[in-house]
Write a protein that binds this ligand. Structure first.
Ligand code: GTP
Ligand code: MG
Ligand code: ZN
Length: 360
């Protein structure tokens, strides 16, 4: 198989040449489960592990390989197991804040060109969630495409599309019914040879169903949704990179339970640019849009130009990202302090040694 069919490009080639040694080869991570990986290369697929050095040097989970990564690998003497010696710099990464209390980035997939944000037009439909997905995509620099699946279950399709349009800030929106193989042709225009795409969304929205349609066979397991609320049953349990017969690379994801944001605060200027534009007309530059006179944002909500629910979500997300930025800043200064203390103690030791040497 040619590396370009796996998404290889000049950037990866340069990174690889800069670090390569004898008997290593480039490969792409197809699955990653508890530090057991499968990697795809010119000569085929291998099971792989990481070196102790990668594990030891990893400051956080995002320093370990993820599905989509390009790596430098070496075959074990027996030739059936590979060892990953380095991760090549990622071109893009789609991240969230890792679940739980720890303030840490969790890279879900890397080196993707397009992220399809999949939504069900049944009870899953939620504009506020789409806004959150868009923040993550915009922050990652990956082109987002919004998919509204299950058109067969929706009797107010046009209305839904208009609602999504009003929050999509120009990103493309497509409707389809994957289960009925209807309206899926447009995907071919996005997924061309060497292009990597990923499907992200809640459990049960039809991510694996769509990929099976692209494959032309029922290769991925799909599940049913709960009748009462349309929620999926987390059928896909791990990420997987799959090559499509017509060229193109797709990564299936398990349904996301939690979508905690990992993004810079200024990504809101893009995802909520309508609010930014309206706020530019507030009388006071530092208007909090609470009870100040001449507030253009409140006026827009009153005259129907801005949906108060969108504004509420904006405020909520802004707070969340502010908190995240403070936490990151704290961790940074704590780490800097540790480095500083280490340096000081090293210096003190050197001085003591110097003194000992010359005092006698
Ligand atoms: N009515 C209808 N059902 C669909 C459509 N697309 C998918 N489904 C059904 O939705 C259910 C869930 O589909 P999956 O493809 O397993 O969903 P998923 O997003 O991969 O879910 P997880 O793997 O759990 O994250 C299955 O019963 C599918 O048949 C559609 O267009 N219309
Ligand atoms: Mg699935
Ligand atoms: Zn205002």
């Amino acid at each position: 198989m040619e590396l370009t069919e796996l998404g290889w490009n000049n950037q990866f080639n340069d990174s690889f040449n800069a670090v390569k040694s004898e008997n290593v080869f480039p490969a792409r991570v197809a699955t990653a489960q508890r530090e057991i990986y499968s990697i795809l290369s010119e000569t085929g697929e291998y099971r792989a592990e990481i070196t102790g050095k990668i594990r030891f040097n990893a400051a956080s989970i995002s320093d370990l390989p993820v599905v989509g990564d390009w790596v430098m690998a070496r075959l074990s003497p027996e030739g059936n197991l590979a060892v990953i010696e380095a991760i090549l710099p990622r071109k893009t990464k789609f991240s969230r804040k890792s679940p739980g209390e720890i303030t840490e980035e969790q890279v879900l997939v890397s080196n993707i060109d397009i992220v399809f944000l999949v939504n069900g037009l049944d009870t899953d439909f939620n504009l506020r969630r789409i806004e959150r997905y868009l923040i993550l995509a915009v922050n990652s620099g990956i082109k987002p495409v919004i998919l509204l699946n299950k058109t067969d279950l929706c009797d107010n399709l046009q209305e839904r599309v208009e609602e999504v349009k009003s929050i999509a800030t120009g990103h493309p929106i497509h409707t389809l019914s994957a289960a009925n193989n209807m309206g899926i042709e447009f995907l071919d225009e996005y997924i061309t040879k060497g292009v990597t795409v990923s499907f992200i969304g809640s459990s049960g929205v039809g991510k694996s169903t769509i990929i099976n349609r692209l494959l032309g066979e029922e290769r991925l397991k799909v599940g049913t949704v709960r009748e009462s609320d349309g929620k999926g049953k987390h059928i896909t349990t791990h990420r997987e990179l799959i090559l499509l017969p017509g060229g193109g690379i797709v990564i299936d994801n398990p349904g996301l339970r939690e979508l905690r944001l990992w993004a810079e605060e200024d990504s809101l200027d893009t995802t909520f640019n309508d609010i930014k534009d309206i706020a530019a007309n507030c009388r006071f530059k530092d208007c909090k849009h609470a009870d100040e006179p001449g507030c253009a944002v409140r006026a827009a909500m009153e005259n129907g130009a801005l949906d108060p629910k969108r504004f509420n979500n904006y405020t909520k997300v802004k707070k969340e990202l502010r908190y995240l930025a403070t936490r990151k800043e704290k961790i940074k200064s704590r780490n800097a302090k540790v480095v500083w203390e280490k340096n000081i103690s090293k210096l003190t030791k050197q001085m003591q040694e110097h003194k000992r040497k010359y005092e006698h």
